[in-house]
Design a protein. Structure first.
Length: 390
């Protein structure tokens, strides 16, 4: 067994100011899924990304669910969704009894293919069953081709939900991730660029919708002197303690983005010359938060992706496959799927070749050198690399 300290993929990184806000919650006895920290965190996130309103909830998944309800997604309806993503992007479609249709990636951003999306919408219109919504995921911090996607969706009058769980702090042509569609969602899970331990946020410029989501997320309690309920509600609100953690985290998000981008650039500098290794691109006029450094390993160059992952794990280094496409998941067997084009299934290729490297914003120089040297050693052992170990 390897007793070396483990290098994790993206562990929480505390700012040092979290305890101040937590103490405020204790001092005021706001130990509940409501309170001043929640109110302030919502305002601060809305201000940071430039939207009119935000609702703090207990997960990004809950935020997507609320967005689907706001768009009146009902049993039997159709929702289009990026296929290359974590299952939380699509599970809320099932919560509503709706049917997902998965859209392939394109090679530039690894995100939703506008070509595949347009074909799918044309087919849906011809069949008389346009989707109630399109869920676009911004993968690993890189924003999708939103101009093209929004133009296509607007042409068919279909609203867009931005799953920006991984991309808070990223920008697209001067616009913040999560602010270009009808609704945006963020995740504050423990591995995200900022964390509340567990939590999420729904954002929008539709203030009426935001108030409705806030009402639903707190068990849909009517305005009465007693407990009166006319609608189905959910226990989705974020706790005042966790919101305090989020406030301290948000104070340092610019530093976190700089750290993540620096880590990515170091990996790229030392590893991009290896045969068969290519890194996730950054679309022109965008800025990715580089939540996770992701790269492709071409096995035609004699490199086994699985062997490389095992080699890293043996050194107590956590690295992972990129997301397995949802249209390949047993849960969604039989679901409709539109590839990038007839001859290219981009998401499947990315899954076959892609890995994510340790990218925590608190990663030390020594930890990153350990990861880089381990990868270089793997290529050396396999007679693919003859350069120096740093």
């Amino acid at each position: 067994m390897n007793n070396q300290e483990r290098v994790y993929l993206s562990p929480p990184h505390m700012s040092g100011n979290e305890l101040k806000y937590i103490q405020d919650a204790f001092d005021s006895n706001w130990i509940a899924p409501l309170g001043p920290n929640v109110d302030q965190f919502e305002r601060e996130v809305a201000s940071f990304v430039g939207v009119k309103g935000a609702v703090a909830v207990n997960s990004g998944t809950a935020a997507i669910h609320l967005a689907l309800r706001l768009l009146e997604v009902n049993p039997g309806d159709i929702v289009f969704c990026s296929t290359l993503t974590f299952i939380a992007s699509a599970n809320p479609i099932l919560y509503q009894g709706a049917n997902p249709v998965f859209i392939d990636s394109e090679p530039d951003t690894w995100n939703m293919s506008p070509q595949a999306l347009e074909r799918a919408l044309k087919d849906a219109k011809a069949a008389g069953v346009l989707p109630k919504a399109v869920i676009v995921v911004h993968l690993y911090g890189q924003i999708a081709k939103m101009d093209e996607i929004l133009d296509i969706c607007n042409k068919f009058s279909v609203p867009v939900i931005e799953d920006a769980a991984e991309s808070l702090g990223s920008t697209y042509k001067g616009k913040a991730s999560g602010t270009m569609g009808a609704f945006g969602i963020y995740s504050f899970n423990g591995n995200k660029i900022i964390t509340t331990s567990g939590g999420g946020m729904l954002v929008s410029n539709d203030q009426h919708a935001i108030e409705k989501a806030r009402f639903w997320s707190a068990q849909a309690k009517d305005n009465a002197s007693h407990y009166e309920h006319s609608e189905v509600g959910f226990n989705y609100r974020m706790s005042n303690i966790l919101a305090g953690i989020g406030r301290a985290q948000l104070e340092v998000i610019d530093d976190r983005v700089r750290s993540k981008r620096f880590i990515f650039n170091q990996y790229k500098f030392y590893l991009s010359g290896l045969p068969g290794v290519t890194f996730m691109q950054e679309l022109e006029n965008t800025c990715s938060n580089r939540w996770l450094t992701s790269l492709l390993v071409d096995e035609d160059q004699g490199v086994s992706k699985s062997d490389l992952l095992n080699f890293l794990n043996e050194a107590n280094i956590e690295a992972r496959h990129v997301w397995k496409p949802l249209h390949l998941q047993p849960l969604f067997k039989g679901a409709s799927y539109y590839p990038h084009n007839e001859n290219k299934h981009v998401a499947e290729e990315l899954f076959q070749k892609g890995i994510c490297l340790p990218s925590g914003s608190g990663m030390t120089k020594g930890q990153q050198i350990k990861v880089i040297n381990r990868i270089l050693a793997f290529f050396t052992i396999n007679d693919i690399y003859t350069g120096e170990i740093i």
